[in-house]
Design a protein around this ligand. Structure first.
Ligand code: RM4
Ligand code: MN
Ligand code: MN
Length: 424
């Protein structure tokens, strides 16, 4: 299913007057808006191939119909999102949930939709049908060398697939850990994991990055072998210049100061990228910005400050990806909302008066520092984000147009109601 650009244009014409009014007001409050709008146009967020179907919990799964049945249909879904917001110009694949066969055809299809391949993800947290060894007691950490070898080979195969598609990074997330005290020798688990990661790292092409994602708990509930940013940092530091830490916003213990983690990883030149989502309790994988928008803003505030301090390109130098799961929403609508939430937080962070903040910090003027941050956070930047879409041929109101065009009904008519996408 494709969205006709005439439909986008007439949708935009209908909303143009009210949009222009809002934009004029926003510009009068902010002053210079052009450089912000340009940065928003350039900023792209990768969509996870595993979040295009309805997610489930261990208690059940309530599919909404029309889910993509193949990698081709997943690419088409991301193409739909990108046509609507022009901010989702990449897809992140999870292997073997996605198994590309005809690489050239897949690349052509992605190119038709204006999509790139962001990080490829390996999966050693589930057993596959014809796999020789089980990951029940871990993969890269496993006490059994044959299991470790199998997991290493899988990661190398994922790199090969990524190379064939034009991806330039590998994300490793391990479920490895232990469920009960005494189950694991922590030091040996660390050493096995490091050795395994070294073998995977050695298979990376020179222009590739490797992202090591941490997670505090789940599915293991006593220890996780890459549990937090410090542990990830300790591995990636040893691995080398192509290895970085990946921050998934849902992978911290309650109340962790994620913005401080981000600032320090950036300072250490070891921040690789993000898995955006939001959460109330744990790895809830909810819509980005739906629960703690101030936290998301504070994270972007550190990102903008830290990237500018190092002269980095906001759009290209870090991996921006969503990692979400949608149990009660249409996945595509939810992803549109996530992208919007991320763009809003980024735009607000771009508004922060850095010079004034620095002066306030140097003078220990705590009140003024808070005012500066909260002024930016409380500014309604939605018209700037919409203007970025308008200028790049996307929709002023992506969710509104998605609904007006009854996209989900179209997908159900095309694919059927009882389709199940591979993924979470
Ligand atoms: C994990 C982690 C990984 C993702 C899997 C599906 O909790 O967030 O990034 O690949 O879920
Ligand atoms: Mn993740
Ligand atoms: Mn997760």
């Amino acid at each position: 299913m494709l969205i006709d650009s005439n439909k986008i244009n007439s949708h935009n014409e209908d909303l143009l007057q009210s949009h222009t009014n809002k934009l004029v007001f926003t510009a009068s409050e902010i002053g210079e808006t052009e450089s912000i709008i340009q940065k928003l146009i350039d900023f792209q967020i990768a969509i996870p191939s595993w979040a295009l179907g309805t997610g489930g919990t261990r208690f059940g799964r309530f599919a909404g119909g029309g889910e993509p049945r193949s990698l081709e249909e997943k690419i088409e879904d991301v193409g739909l999102l990108h046509a609507l917001n022009n901010a989702s110009g990449a897809i992140s694949l999870h292997i073997p949930w996605d198994i590309p066969t005809d690489y050239q055809a897949i690349k052509n299809l992605a190119a038709q939709h204006g999509l790139k391949f962001d990080a490829v993800n390996s999966n050693t947290f589930q057993d596959q049908a014809n796999q020789a060894h089980s990951y029940k007691f871990g993969s890269l950490q496993n006490v059994n060398k044959a299991v470790r070898k199998q997991a290493i080979e899988h990661n190398i195969e994922v790199i090969q697939q990524g190379i064939a598609l034009g991806s330039e990074s590998l994300t490793v997330w391990l479920a490895d850990g232990s469920c009960f005290p005494g189950q694991l020798n922590f030091r040996k688990a660390y050493q096995n994991t490091l050795e395994s990661l070294e073998e995977i790292y050695a298979a990376l092409p020179s222009n590739w990055k490797m992202f090591l994602e941490y997670k505090g708990y789940e599915p293991n509930f006593y220890s996780t072998t890459v549990a937090d940013w410090g542990q990830s940092y300790s591995y990636v530091k040893k691995l080398g210049d192509k290895a970085f830490t990946l921050v998934d916003l849902g992978h911290h213990l309650p109340n962790a100061n994620i913005e401080q983690i981000v600032a320090l990883l950036l300072m250490e030149e070891k921040l690789g990228g993000f898995h955006f989502n939001d959460s109330k309790y744990g790895d809830d994988d909810l819509t980005a910005g739906s629960m703690k928008p101030y936290q998301l803003f504070l994270i972007f505030n550190e990102l903008v400050e830290g990237m500018d301090a190092r002269g980095m390109n906001h759009a290209k130098d870090l991996g921006w990806m969503i990692d979400a799961s949608h149990n009660v929403k249409d996945p595509l609508e939810d992803l549109l909302q996530s992208v919007e939430g991320i763009m809003i937080a980024y735009a607000q962070a771009l508004l922060v008066d850095r010079k004034a903040l620095e002066i306030a910090q140097n003078e220990n003027d705590v009140v003024r520092a808070q005012e500066i941050l909260q002024n930016a956070f409380r500014t309604d930047v939605r018209a700037l984000v919409a203007e970025a879409r308008l200028r790049s041929g996307a929709a002023l109101n992506p969710v509104g147009l998605y609904r007006d065009l009854a996209v989900r009904n179209g997908l159900i008519a095309e694919r059927g109601f009882k389709t199940v996408a591979t993924g979470l």
